[in-house]
Design a protein around this ligand. Structure first.
Ligand SMILES: Cc1ncc(COP(=O)(O)O)c(C=O)c1O
Length: 377
């Protein structure tokens, strides 16, 4: 069987597993606000799905996203999830021979998009105490070459949960500006951060801010996100977009309703998510050789180091899977550092986290010394 079939069958199995506890994909399982459900019900009842949405997205949503970011003067182009924006931006800006720079770990798909158009990819390692699990702007500046066209920064970083400080954003922007490079600032997890600085406030002409409704609003399956950038850049992105017939109208109605209830609804989701992180941290600290290198995480997920305990990440993932709990092995994010950690998503019901922590000591013992040959993705 071809690899894509094996991979798809894996996810199909997961999707069709009743009562699976999804703690591996940073999805948000909080109970939706009734207004979001009502907006979708209304859209279905009114049979709005017969029409195409406007090519760049419903105006109310475009304006709502720009207002949510506070990036007055910049423009939003809706996409079928943030990943579609990333695909499109990479395909629009990169040419064969260009260089694309990101961190290691990073979110991997944009590297595939860059390579698929003939660009080369350079990764700056940031995993480890020696780097503080973050990107020092000087290291970015030193990595840049005349071929560097795009810098891709995931902030907060997935999987690490570290977020750039204002001074780091200043430094990253300076490095990008000096090189005349585009800066893709992937802010998919921004809403979970304790403090977050948008690079676009410093470098509006060439920063491309990536926005998602999958995480903070919990709409992953509805596939709705956006790219926000200078109107000149968006004009370029809008000239040959992958979905010129508009993104899913049901998803857009849900997202508009979500922005309206955000101030009322999201703080509760955030505090529950942070309490979940604490529960996990307390449980991990009791296991010899296990640790949480970045705490608290600025994302809705956290990294747990397992290698010093002699426990394989894949074996832990497989052991939890047998209990109906999905978590992620580090190798999903990085072949270089992947053996060191697992990643656990925390925007989930506290009952799932209670189960996760209650199982941890026995799962560690099951996993210890095992060399799972299961294929994970
Ligand atoms: C850093 C990062 N960017 C983008 C995405 C994709 O988001 P969306 O569901 O909006 O396509 C993810 C999904 O996990 C992600 O981790």
């Amino acid at each position: 069987m071809k690899n894509f079939e094996v991979r798809n069958a894996h996810f199909d199995r997961l999707v069709n597993t009743p009562n699976l506890r999804w703690m591996g994909q940073n999805t948000n399982h909080a109970t939706p606000h009734p207004a979001v459900l009502e907006a979708m019900e209304r859209c279905i009842r009114d049979e709005e799905f017969h029409i195409y949405a406007p090519p760049a997205g419903l105006e109310e949503l475009r304006q709502g996203i720009v207002a949510d970011l506070g990036l007055t003067g910049l423009a939003a182009l809706l996409s079928d999830g943030a990943v579609s924006s990333l695909y499109h931006v990479c395909h629009t800006l990169l040419r064969p021979g260009d260089e694309f720079i990101t961190t290691d770990p990073t979110w991997n798909w944009p590297m595939s998009f860059a390579r698929s158009v003939g660009a080369t990819v350079k990764q700056i390692p940031i995993y480890g105490a020696e780097h503080g699990y973050r990107l020092a702007p000087e290291r970015l500046a030193a990595a840049i070459t005349p071929k560097t066209k795009v810098i891709y920064v995931v902030d907060p970083n997935n999987p690490l949960g570290s977020a750039c400080t204002p001074a780091e954003i200043d430094g990253i922007v300076k490095a990008a500006r000096d090189a005349g490079a585009y800066l893709i600032h992937d802010c998919t997890y921004r809403h979970f951060a304790y403090d977050h600085t948008l690079a676009a406030t410093r470098y509006p002409e060439r920063t491309i801010t990536i926005y998602s409704f999958s995480k903070w609003l919990g709409l992953a399956g509805l596939r709705i996100g956006a790219v926000v950038a200078h109107p000149d850049l968006v004009e370029q992105f809008a000239s040959a977009p992958p979905n010129n017939l508009g993104s899913n109208i049901l998803s857009q109605r849900a997202a508009i309703a979500g922005l309206k209830i955000k101030a009322e609804w999201f703080p509760g989701v955030l505090s529950q998510q942070r309490a979940n992180q604490k529960m996990i941290k307390d449980a991990v600290d009791k296991i010899p050789g296990f640790s949480v290198p970045v705490y608290p995480s600025n994302g809705n997920f956290m990294v747990i180091e397992c290698q010093p305990a002699g426990v394989k990440a894949e074996a832990l993932v497989a052991a939890y899977q047998r209990h109906g709990i999905m978590i992620r092995q580090g190798a999903y994010h990085t072949p270089t550092f992947g053996d060191r950690f697992i990643k656990v998503s925390t925007s989930v019901p506290s009952a799932w986290v209670e189960e996760f922590v209650a199982l941890l000591p026995s799962v560690v013992e099951q996993a210890r010394g095992q060399n799972e040959d299961v294929k994970l993705f």
